[in-house]
Design a protein around this ligand. Sequence first.
Ligand code: SF4
Ligand code: SF4
Length: 484
Amino acid sequence: MRHQLSEQELLAKLGSASTGAAQAIERCVHCGFCLATCPTYSELADEADSPRGRIVLMKSVLEGEIELEQALPHVDGCLGCLACESSCPSGVEYGALLGPFRELAERERAPDRGRSRMRQLMLSTLESPKRLLWLTRLAQLSRPFARVLPESLRSSMDLLPRAWPRRCNLPGLSEPLGERRARVLLFPGCVQQVFESDVHLATIEVLTRCGVEVTVPSDTGCCGALAAHVGEVDRARVLAKRNVAALRPAVDDFDAVLTNVAGCGSGLAEYPRWLADSAHAEDANALVAKSQDVSSFLCELGIPQPAELARPVSVVVQDACHLRHAQGVISAPRELLQRIPGLEVCEPREPEVCCGSAGLYNVEQPEMAFRLGRRKARKLVDSGADMVVTGNVGCMLQLQRHLEGHFTSSEHDSGVGEGGLSDASNPLIRLDAIESGAFDVSVLHSRRTTMPVRHTMQVLRDAYRGVLDRGPDRGDPPPGRRQS
Ligand code: SF4
Ligand code: SF4
């Protein structure tokens, strides 16, 4: 696509990111191959909410053809999932345009104090495990009063796990079992330490069982991805510098710096771009050269085979976008899972489509996030698998929320299609289906509720321990419900 911008103009607006942004615009030939994988386009069927439509809008703003405010609703509505990059035959690096454009937009958009306060509150909470822990506990206690809270706060509360949150103390050093095959640093991140800390414990156990010595650094913090994703790149830079300063001195002594949160992995990979103009640029490159998702690392290292499962279990793999599209990690989690004898690994329909989590998107764009969460839950339930496996804490929370109340058997048995049993978590739709006779209510008593959502490392850990199980049988009543 041609643009009317000189190098100097782009440089003035987008800084050192201007070359990548210009290339993204130039490479787009408007073919539309990306449309099918774009979640917002498939929900809204509006060209302005498609990848190529957004590229045109961003280009038009940069050229001064349209006002920023005209483009913002559509650019803000983008999940940054990068599914469009994976499906683009012309190699358009959409993220190289979106990231710098969002940074520019945050500087130039009309001030909105309410939005800005809410964003600062969310970021400063999510980035600090201590604050997140206490605020989550407070939110749990205030659930009964949720009705009087603003909509944005209410939808964030829906994402909180039902269990009382606890932060576990991760061991600083974990020795390998048997002969040492590798030494790694495990990046602890922020949100996962509070919401899914068992994933860290499972990761450490799997690594040590595979002969890996694991060090968890104590002086790192949030990777910065949450802030950068919404255009707050200066904030992300501060966090990135802190992590580079903390990790760089140790990096040469370790075989790898591992992440087990897809968002952190893709965040670290962005450090060279965020810190390109700073004194930390070289150190950022050295850190990124050693960074890897734990599933790829274990695949390359090779893992011992767990014992045969006591009874067969099937899992459906839902890739996190920041693993599949941003880091290109697709086969590694599957290969690891396939090492477990007795485990069947299934694929969902639309594996490339985002679940709607996407960092702060869930909070700032709750309606679309909700639609995508429901859509994803439907596809996962349709797979007929016993549980969902993924690799990102945000996806785990989003999927748990939308799978709650879903039923694992196929709705086609009862003659209820889209919007019927699939929407069982929506009481109104369920009631409709029941009243019209389209849905036989008795099946509710013979099916399990809620597919468990696990991280790849939790599944592997449980397989090594010999406790991986699919839960109650399909015909069993859910816990606490009497068989009719
Ligand atoms: S597939 Fe690539 S080149 Fe084609 S419209 Fe989408 S972004 Fe542009
Ligand atoms: S990043 Fe995702 S939501 Fe945004 S345009 Fe690309 S495919 Fe669509």
